[in-house]
Design a protein. Structure first.
Length: 482
């Protein structure tokens, strides 16, 4: 039997709600068509008709479901375009970043390579530093050994230096002949001194005597003298100081040293001892000795020695001790007594009570003291000398040395004495106070020398005194060591 149905009504009666239902119905129709035999065309036509009737409903369902899809597609397209542009920009940035990263990577590789080289170099330098440190330690050890050797050699030097000084004589006498002064060369007299060209230790004095009772006959006497060294009229201050400089060094080594200038008035004693303050080449023994002491003390400081230097300057005027460094207002009613006291090491030491002792630390400070003393020293004019020193001056330096490394201590004294000039009162023509000064000067010099002969002239007596002193022997010098 065949049942006729209205496809439109069937389609209208069946109203799936969703696209899925419509698609399912359509799929069932297609499946049924496939199952029908080929000859059942009618049924196939009905099913096809039924399927076509579902298409509007399916279209409407799609419209209901996806009504604004074109706008959405357009919006999605715009957003997609923006995303593509952003992606392009990101890709460009990525490419740039990638290039930068590549560059940084290359730099990093270079830095790592350089770091590796630096580490290797640092390692080598570390090894070199360690090697140098070891060498430094070896050198420091060697330096310490050499320093100890130097200090030991310094001790040996002092001992040998003293032995040399003893071999040369603990008492030495030098003779210095000054040149003729202005006016003396116009008196028609030749220098009555004959020097030995073969030996600088000998000198001859030629003394002419006129016998008035024998028809004016002139006889000539010759006197020969021998000294440690003779300095002629052309000798310089430097030549003289060279000979005594080793004695100055002995004072630094802890010995008592005394250097004094002896001679008649006007013979150049003060010039020899003090010299010219405004001319370094003519500086005397005192400033040169001071210069050597400070220079040697500075040099010895590298060997551990430190020196305290004390200065004093006295004069003996008319048998009275006076302090040349004290101010005039403090000189009154001060009594100066010469005493022999025991020092810290048990040795005897000569001191003068109430004498001003100044601790000096530089040559300039000593020079100022010398200027002060020069202003205070007593001088006066005589027929023999326009500026005759009327007192004996004693410049004294106490040299107290200590070595913290070796524990050694020493104390030496350097006395630089400028004796007042001996003079014949009948020749100098002094009277009054000058006469008393001359008597006291001659008395003190006579006491000092004990060999000056009163029957001969003063020049000859001075030389005889020097020869007598030169033949003295006082034994071995002793070093004051604490």
């Amino acid at each position: 039997t065949t049942t006729k149905t209205n496809p439109s009504k069937t389609a209208s009666n069946t109203k799936p709600c969703t696209i899925e239902d419509l698609n399912a119905t359509l799929a069932s129709i297609v499946a049924e068509v496939k199952k029908l035999p080929k000859y059942d065309l009618k049924r196939k036509s009905e099913l096809h008709q039924k399927g076509f009737l579902l298409i509007p409903s399916l279209r409407q369902a799609y419209v209901d479901e996806y009504g604004g899809y074109e706008e959405k597609i357009q919006q999605i397209t715009i957003e997609s375009k923006k995303l593509k542009e952003s992606l392009t920009e990101v890709n460009d940035k990525y490419k740039m970043s990638a290039a930068h990263v590549t560059s940084l990577t290359t730099q990093l590789d270079n830095v790592q390579q350089e770091l590796k080289l630096k580490q290797e170099e640092c390692h080598k330098l570390t090894q070199t530093v360690e090697k140098l440190n070891n060498e430094i330690q070896d050198h420091l050890k060697t330096i310490d050994e050499k320093d100890a050797e130097i200090r030991e050699n310094e001790t040996i030097r002092r001992k040998l230096h003293n032995e040399v000084q003893e071999l040369k004589g603990n008492i030495r006498v030098y003779c210095r002949v000054r040149p003729l002064l202005n006016g003396e060369d116009n008196q028609g007299h030749d220098l009555p001194v004959i020097f030995d060209d073969q030996c600088d230790k000998n000198i001859r004095i030629q003394h002419d005597n006129t016998n008035e009772s024998g028809r004016g006959k002139t006889t000539s006497e010759k006197f020969d003298f021998t000294f440690d060294k003779v300095f002629g009229p052309c000798s310089t201050q430097e030549n003289v100081f060279f000979e005594i400089s080793q004695l100055v060094q002995s004072a630094l080594d802890g010995y008592n040293v005394c250097i004094f200038a002896y001679g008649q008035t006007g013979s150049g004693k003060t010039y020899t001892m003090e010299g010219c303050t405004n001319n370094n080449s003519k500086a005397g023994m005192i400033p040169r000795a001071v210069n050597q002491i400070f220079a040697s003390a500075k040099e010895l400081s590298t060997k551990g020695w430190k020196y305290d230097i004390e200065a004093s300057f006295l004069e003996i005027y008319n048998e009275t001790v006076r302090d040349l460094l004290a101010s005039n207002s403090k000189k009154e009613n001060i009594k100066y007594e010469i005493k022999l006291v025991k020092s810290g090491n048990g040795a005897n030491r000569v001191t003068v009570s109430n004498a001003k002792i100044v601790k000096v630390e530089s040559e300039n400070q000593v020079c100022e003291l010398l200027k002060t003393a020069s202003r205070h020293r007593v001088t006066a004019a005589t027929k023999c000398n326009e500026q005759s020193s009327r007192s004996h001056s004693v410049f004294r330096l106490n040299l107290i040395g200590s070595n913290e490394i070796t524990g050694q201590h020493c104390e030496g004294t350097l006395n630089l004495v400028d004796l007042a000039g001996s003079e014949r009162i009948s020749v100098s023509g002094v009277t009054g106070d000058r006469l008393n000064e001359a008597k006291n000067i001659n008395k003190s010099l006579s006491t000092l020398s004990k060999v000056i002969l009163s029957l001969a002239n003063k020049s000859l007596n001075s030389l005889r005194f020097a020869t007598k002193v030169n033949n003295c022997h006082i034994g071995t010098a002793t070093k004051k060591v604490k």
